[in-house]
Design a protein around this ligand. Sequence first.
Ligand code: AVJ
Ligand code: FE
Length: 445
Amino acid sequence: GTDASSAASLRELARAELERARRRTAALTDCLDEAGLTAQHSPLMSPLVWDLAHVANQEDFWLVRQAGGRPGVRPDIDHLYDAFRHPRADRPALPLLTPGQARDYGARVRDLALEVLENSDPDDPGAGPLLRDAFVFGMIAQHEQQHDETMLATHQLRTGEPVLHAPAPPPAPAGAAALPREVLVPGGPFTMGTDTDPWALDNERPAHTVELPAFWLDTVPVTNAAYQEFIAAGGYRDPRWWHPRGWAHKEHAGLEAPQFWLRDSSGWLRRRFGRTEPLPPEEPVLHVCWYEADAYARWAGRRLPTEAEWEKAARHDPATGRSRRHPWGDTPPGPDHANLGQRHLQPAPAGSFPAGAAPSGARQLLGDVWEWTSSDFLPYPGFAAFPYREYSEVFFGSEYKVLRGGAFGVAPVACRSTFRNWDYPIRRQIFAGFRTARDASGTDA
Ligand code: AVJ
Ligand code: FE
């Protein structure tokens, strides 16, 4: 139910977001030569040329064939780019398209996809749920941006000279150091998930009421300086702080610090997209797994927030009882709200973006670093897979932990306070940090 002008503007938005995603894909792949695109930089990741053709193939399937009812450009290669057919480690051995062929494929698919978009009516109720509100176009723009973030993680894992460049984020604003350590989120019901956000993905639906007791949440994500204290206090040597499976994993993998940290005589350094630099103390910690986040929280006498707590802190407006799209309200993210869209190649200092604060006063809930929550990735009551089971449904269960908020490399089109990400609790190559929480007792609530 949108009016004609908003239907036309959703079509325009879809075109702009598809084009924005493709410019980013090009920027992440045009900077490497053939060898850099076909190499496997880590067994955890695909060769970049696989992602390049995979985004085109998904667009071929969903926009050209499913939405457009057309024959498709290369249905014959669907199997090569089916993530469930071939694990990442096996992909370099496949007869993949070359970088040049993959770029051409993407361009041919895109021309047809934009024709389908121009001929579609996002407002026609008879058009079906894929085309309504230009959903499937928004879904494919988000899909390409998600793979762009995956490609950014591949860039972080690759060794060699830096090829990505971006200005540093602004320094923390005045007063950032004096922010209260934690904010109180009042108890009571709130609306979790959404029925109305046109491009929300299946796992964000449906909207449902969740009742929570009051809790305290860190005002900002845990910083490198705070995390160093945990290391210096022997946190990695004390099993009391660790989940039993986390301790076993830490011992087996030899973890002693976040991924990409190095120590020399002057202290901690970190490698970031090919540069080695002193660890910035006020930056949110990055590249920790769920087990490290969980251990830090226990050492600090606290715990990770549940997914529902995180979403309430990031959406609920106690003044109106409404859930917002973003912590600051319903307006789209701008540069003063959050560090998103790969404008920078690192998180901004803790306490940045006062204009992006939630009603509770918590900052940086969106952008900067993905935030691990304590929760398993599970469906909301009334969940229905749409449009394909392999986006979310096949991952539901206790194997995956939920991350919220989105990092500096997440595009605004794939970021909102309802958005859900998930990964294995041992994964560290993703751009993940965390903040901690504690129950509020009856007296302080
Ligand atoms: C939502 C980030 C876990 O990359 O595995 C991309 C997104 N799904 N193609 C992933 C996704 C299909 C997904 N995550
Ligand atoms: Fe994909």
